[in-house]
Design a protein around this ligand. Structure first.
Ligand SMILES: NC(=O)c1ccc[n+]([C@@H]2O[C@H](COP(=O)([O-])OP(=O)(O)OC[C@H]3O[C@@H](n4cnc5c(N)ncnc54)[C@H](OP(=O)(O)O)[C@@H]3O)[C@@H](O)[C@H]2O)c1
Length: 329
């Protein structure tokens, strides 16, 4: 089968096309014929070796967490998925196995969900990591409730565009930060307020809208771009959820400082143990039209290096997917 592999950690130039044997699904796994592979910032961080302490990469290594495709074969002990099912979810890359930048990959059945009718495989491939991170961050870590005021920091990115729609679907009022060029885009997805983070002071811009601070903030940017102001954007008794960027993380001193102002500061990772539940919740929101996939940019699998350069720029609007078998998508 055709795949993109790396033989060592490094820049985008280490990505190369290769022919590999088709994998076989083990117990609890299915073999998926991949239509599209979603691209996430974590993919270039894996390629550069930033995640080497989380799992072993056996070279030649196929990158890619996210996928959508059709079940080709079912391993022993799998209930609930059949050959021919349209599925989306994550590969076994997070366990150090080969990922989704390939014609075929194996995945744990528990880390896949059925693609709702009317949703393309390209759209579905864009959702797993960004969507489950947004859902877990807001609902599990943040305790999102109807009627709350919510700030999504990084509202134009993959996590942010889904997060703002989830918050709206739950009945929250939602402000987001983004550059001025993306303000109309995030408003079209339901944001009540778009704050241009480049124009100056985000806490001040938020003050007219939520004078005592918001009930819940989700930080999908990290790198201390807003976190030092956690207590200025969240009201006492509220929660600031920081998505771990895998490069930066809130310090104990920042957690303690937020707590002094009555703000709960939590760092959150994608919840692998709740992935299927979160995928199913997202599939339901998509099927009901309460969340729609934002702008999708599609590139051929062979352009994986270009996709990595774009996602690593930090300027990607919406989601980027690689077409592995574009005719299926
Ligand atoms: N630990 C986990 O489980 C986990 C899971 C998923 C994601 N993540 C991490 O979460 C981060 C976000 O992921 P993503 O998929 O949303 O990335 P992304 O799609 O690449 O995000 C790009 C967006 O970030 C916005 N942005 C950049 N700097 C900003 C700033 N200072 N203020 C506000 N917005 C800013 C840009 O908007 P403008 O162009 O408008 O500036 C752009 O649209 C990444 O670091 C990723 O690795 C972690």
């Amino acid at each position: 089968m055709r795949a993109i592999v790396i033989d060592a950690f490094g820049g985008p130039e280490v990505l190369r096309e290769a022919e590999l044997p088709k994998p076989h699904p083990g117990p609890g796994q299915v073999l998926v014929r991949v239509a599209c592979a979603g691209v996430n910032p974590a993919d270039w961080k894996v390629r550069e070796g930033w995640l080497a302490s989380y799992f072993d990469c056996r070279f030649p290594f196929v990158p890619g967490f996210d996928l959508a495709g059709v079940v080709e074969a079912v391993g022993p002990g799998v209930d609930g998925l059949r050959v021919g099912d349209r599925v989306f979810g994550t590969s076994r890359q997070g366990q150090g196995e080969n990922g989704s930048y390939a014609e075929y990959t194996t995945a744990h059945a528990a880390m896949l969900s059925l693609v709702p009718p009317g949703i393309s495989l390209a759209e579905a491939a864009a959702l797993p990591t960004a969507g489950t991170t947004a859902y877990g961050g807001l609902v599990d870590a943040g305790g999102l409730q109807a009627g709350q005021t919510v700030l999504i920091h990084g509202g134009a990115g993959g996590v942010g565009t889904i997060a703002l729609q989830i918050a709206k679907a739950f009945g929250a009022r939602v402000a987001v930060t983004c550059s001025a060029a993306n303000a109309d885009h995030v408003r079209s997805l339901g944001a009540d307020l778009a704050i241009d983070y480049r124009a100056g002071d985000v806490p001040r811009a938020l003050r007219d809208w939520a004078p005592h601070g918001v009930d819940l903030a989700l930080d999908a940017v990290g790198q201390d771009t807003l976190l030092p102001s956690a207590a200025a954007v969240v009201r006492p008794g509220g929660t600031y959820v920081e998505i771990e960027t895998l490069i930066s993380r809130a310090t104990e001193a920042q957690v303690a400082e937020a707590a002094r102002h009555g703000v709960r500061l939590v760092s959150n990772m994608i919840a692998v143990s709740r992935l299927a539940e979160h995928l199913a919740a997202l599939a339901s929101l998509l099927a009901q039209g309460r969340v729609r996939m934002p702008t999708l940019q599609r590139l051929p699998l062979a352009d994986a290096a270009l996709a990595h350069a774009r996602i690593a720029s930090g300027r990607q609007r919406g989601k980027l997917v690689l077409d592995v078998a574009g005719d299926m998508a």
